[in-house]
Design a protein around this ligand. Sequence first.
Ligand code: R5P
Length: 287
Amino acid sequence: YMLFSGTSNPKLAETIASCLKKPLGSVRINRFKSGEIYVHYEESVRNADLYIVQTFSHPVNDHLMELLIMADAARRASARSVNAVIPYFGYARQEKKDAPREPITAKVVADLLTVVGIDRVITIDLHAPAIQGFFHTPVDHLTALDHMTEYLKSKNIMKPVVVSPDAGRAKMAEKLATYLDAPFAIMMKKRPAHHEAAITHIIGEVKGRTPIVIEDMIDTGGTIVSVVEGLLAKGAEPSYVCATHPVFSDYAWERLVHPGIREVLVTDTLPLPEAVSSPKLKVLSMA
Ligand code: R5P
């Protein structure tokens, strides 16, 4: 097999390569002045099982398109199979219609990947696990929960409670609570607008406990801030915040420097900007 990296998260691809003791293959990826993308594999991929590491980091549309073009080039160069390693699968938050005349973008992305002949997708903590069914090829759906559990156990947190910020994350929270042998609580939220979340109420006991909030992603940080504020208001201690994917758009990190947050635990499915470094941030590798 051969391993290649797109331009979205070269550091993660290098870490994967070093775990596998396998060099990354050589591929040239250029942008034309017009913004169009050019790809050329600089070594033969004939009959190889190709693994392309490409996450959907910002700018997400460019990185998606780059992956499609890399897959097309590999197919046309007679690769035996093309496997997409997509640590963070973007566009997953629109996996169903919540209102009339809306798209289902997760299906659009799945269809595009299928059209260019991707044989297998390896991904991590999908926003909605049912997206696996949008493919008729295998999808390996991995999780960061094991790494998170190991890290959280090492912290010996007193009186923990695992908190799901909404009903969508309840299964993940329940699993983490089982792994940590802790109780769990669910918060109910409503969304007055796309990037606003308002907590309506909490099911479960949080008073005097240290919450471990589990999320699939932190995008603008708006949800997490309203969650930790809601928890403080109910008498909880400052929270540990865990999220697999640090999308961190729109000054999210500044928002997360909050007295209600003890520590933020994320993974390297997405690259973090240089400016985002703090003893309160722990990054686990999914390599
Ligand atoms: C929503 O259901 C997701 O699981 C996240 O809670 C949400 O997308 C995070 O976005 P933000 O950080 O912008 O609130």
